[in-house]
Write a protein that binds this ligand. Sequence first.
Ligand code: FES
Length: 152
Amino acid sequence: MYTEKVMDHFSNPRNMGEVEGANGVGMVGNAKCGDIMQMFLKINDEGIIEDVGFKTFGCGAAVATSSMATELIKGKSIDEALNLTNSAVVEALEGLPPAKLHCSVLAEEAVKAAIDNYYARKEGRDIECTCADCGHDHEHEHAHEDDESEEA
Ligand code: FES
């Protein structure tokens, strides 16, 4: 049912685990099967994926496809990684049973989610603004407005 390549990547997953200093982390899940995949990227200033790791809580095919996906994008540019399709992952694994194709989709999505997170961090999109950290005073301003509304 599974190719030797799939069994190999399932039994000896490559790049498993978190990456120290990762600057792009994405997590995706499939609502139907409940499997979850997390991808960690360490992207250097030249936009090259220096290191990559994954954590997959899911079926064997999900482990194999995430393992293969990390191999395919390691050392590649962000654009090359964005172009990684689930069919390229399946091809590299020399095939997957039709019922398991969605597992490879999860791998493609996890890579894209991690790259999106990398850009979000760069643009400051995901940086939560807390008064203590940023020096802003939003909460206090709002509190004062509320105080004054009825009682003043
Ligand atoms: Fe859902 Fe494999 S069964 S990812």
